[in-house]
Design a protein around this ligand. Structure first.
Ligand code: KG4
Ligand code: ZN
Length: 321
């Protein structure tokens, strides 16, 4: 069994996954409430909270899996990208657990983890496929031909799609992180009420910062009562613009590569309009879209393990290689 640990941002997560990809436990403790009053993740606050939560969350995952550390063969942990202080808490915990048990450790790339959310559970998807990875930190189009990695085809030149959702949600007074709340508010709005621009970048890249500025101006033109009345329309139109950009580029990439299958992963893959807009795509299961450790343990099955005790010197990295 693989014990996975993920602490790259504001979720403290641990999971137990078997070598064949069966999820025995998947525990996620979100710190969102803690950061909400600051309107975003405060790195130092996140690190301190991970430190408090990592042991209880690992214990809970083992209990849920009806396992003990004796049953664990490998410890997998997110090495990056993410907040370095936050990553270091998970990495140190993983090193300590593995070292104490003389187990091997597998350092996992967080983005590879998101892709590997497709490789577990009952409806697993196998390469090759074209993958849209849309999260709070990244927007990527990936050519996935093997379980162990991918080739980047396109990325965002500025904000990530999830970041665009969060910034829009904030402008509409929905708090942090606002992607899911904006998704819910949009259900009551008219997606064609506002014609928000979708930037067309050359190649297969994305850009979302202009869209956010357009929302700023639209909101600025309304007095508080009008804003209250139009909030759902603004949310629906804004969401439509993001989803359109994601879907257009994904379709273009699929055509360019001649991909027979398209998959969508990452926090934004939980978005109801995006899911509905790509009916033929393989969608990551909802509990595995946002950050979790099951996807990290899943990815670890395709990464070379580092034998005891060679991993003690491993460091975390903040940005994608
Ligand atoms: O993958 P994730 O948990 O963390 C990163 O690796 O960044 O993604 C979090 C992002 C946040 O920006 C959040 O607002 C967004 O995913 N998100 C959504 C929805 N649920 C989460 N965005 C749009 N619609 C949703 N339903
Ligand atoms: Zn993530």
């Amino acid at each position: 069994m693989i014990l996975g640990i993920e602490t790259s941002c504001d979720e403290t997560a641990a999971a137990v996954v078997t070598a064949s990809g069966e999820i025995r436990a998947n525990v996620v403790s979100s710190q969102a409430d803690l950061h909400a009053r600051y309107g975003g993740v405060v790195p130092e606050v996140a690190s301190r909270r991970h430190l408090e939560l990592v042991s209880p969350v690992v214990r809970e995952a083992l209990a849920e899996a009806e396992a003990t550390l004796d049953d664990v063969d490998t410890v997998a942990v997110t090495q990056g990208p993410g907040l370095v202080g936050a990553l270091l808490v998970g990495l140190s915990a993983a090193k300590a657990l593995a070292w104490a048990r003389r187990l091997p450790l597998v350092p996992v790339d967080h983005l590879h983890g998101h892709v590997a959310s497709l490789y577990i559970g009952s409806d697993s998807v196998e390469p090759p496929f074209l993958c849209l990875l849309a999260s709070g930190g990244h927007t990527l189009l990936l050519d996935v031909t093997e379980h162990s990695g991918y080739r980047v085809l396109g990325t965002s030149m500025d904000d990530a799609a999830g970041e665009a959702f969060d910034k829009g949600a904030r402008l509409l007074g929905l708090g942090y992180p606002g992607g899911a709340a904006l998704d819910r508010l949009a259900l009551d709005g008219d997606p064609e009420a506002y014609a928000f621009p979708v930037a067309r970048m050359p190649g297969l890249d994305f850009s979302f910062s202009g869209l956010k500025t357009a929302l700023v101006y639209a909101v600025r033109e309304l007095d508080p009562a009008e804003l209250e009345r139009r909030r759902a329309d603004l949310a629906a139109s804004y969401q439509r613009a993001i989803v359109r950009a994601l879907v257009e580029r994904t379709r273009a990439a699929a055509e360019e590569l001649g991909s027979e299958r398209v998959a969508v992963v990452g926090g934004v893959a939980a978005n109801s309009e995006l899911r509905a807009s790509l009916p033929d795509a393989a969608l990551a299961p909802l509990p595995l879209c946002t950050d979790n450790a099951a996807m990290i343990a899943s990815a670890a099955r395709y990464v070379a393990l580092v034998p005891f005790p060679d991993y003690l010197g491993l460091d975390a990295y903040a940005t994608a290689a």
